[in-house]
Design a protein around this ligand. Structure first.
Ligand SMILES: N[C@@H](CCC(=O)N[C@@H](CS)C(=O)NCC(=O)O)C(=O)O
Length: 216
């Protein structure tokens, strides 16, 4: 049975991008269901499919999984032959640690630089807290690339779940023109050129919905 992935607007929903780009990046067939966010009946619609009242949610027959990281794990278990997490045990542990840190953290950067996949790049100055987030992100990316990334341009060489978790962060650094080092720029380039990433942006550009609060 084909997965069904319930997501929010592609223009604004960073959490939705994570499982979406994982499925698209690994060429796993799925049907997407978009629920426009922050409309009067958004909550009611989401609650029909996701008990947390948030997107994304993955539906696989009788199974519903919510929370982006849990969805990523479910996809990895459903496709054990694909290297959704790196095959090497140490690399896999490192990838999971990075992904969990992303899932739980970087609130200052997320608040200062809201997701908007249609935003034309323009510089935003960082608060000290957001600058600390960026410094940590650059450090964790550099460490993964140096230790495990020799076989390709992504964090663990080939595109993996860890990259899916950081795809919206790459977008933030890009559209808010955050100053970063050469190694970070090279990793960002790999993501910005990924066909699945570009497909998401193209879809976002065509969406009819506009939420003023996210159009700063
Ligand atoms: N921790 C959740 C976060 C999900 C989340 O915050 N989703 C937002 C969209 S990006 C949402 O559903 N917002 C709608 C709402 O809160 O009413 C995850 O990892 O999936």
């Amino acid at each position: 049975m084909t997965f069904r992935l319930v997501i929010g607007n592609k223009a604004y929903s960073s959490w939705s991008l994570r499982p979406w780009i994982l499925l698209a990046g690994f060429h796993i067939p799925f049907e997407e269901i978009v629920i426009p966010l922050y409309d009067a009946d958004t909550k009611r619609k989401i609650l029909k499919v996701s008990p947390s009242g948030k997107v994304p949610a993955l539906i696989d027959g009788d199974v519903t999984v919510w929370e982006s990281l849990a969805i990523v794990e479910y996809i990895a278990e459903a496709y054990p032959k694909k290297a959704i997490w790196p095959k090497d045990k140490a690399a896999r542990a490192h990838a999971r640690a990075l992904s969990t840190e992303m899932h739980a953290g970087f609130a200052a950067l997320r608040t200062l630089c809201p997701t908007n996949f249609r935003r034309a790049p323009a510089r935003r100055d960082l608060t000290p807290e957001a600058a600390a987030d960026v410094a940590r992100i650059e450090k964790m990316w550099a460490s993964a690339r140096k230790t495990f990334g020799a076989d390709g341009p992504f964090l663990f060489g080939a595109f993996s779940a860890a990259d899916a978790m950081f795809a919206p962060v790459v977008n933030r650094l890009h559209i808010y023109e955050i100053p970063v080092g050469r190694a970070t720029k090279a990793y960002m380039r790999a993501m910005l050129d990924l066909p699945a990433y570009r497909a998401w942006l193209a879809d976002a550009a065509l969406e009819p919905w506009r939420i003023e609060a996210f159009e700063t």
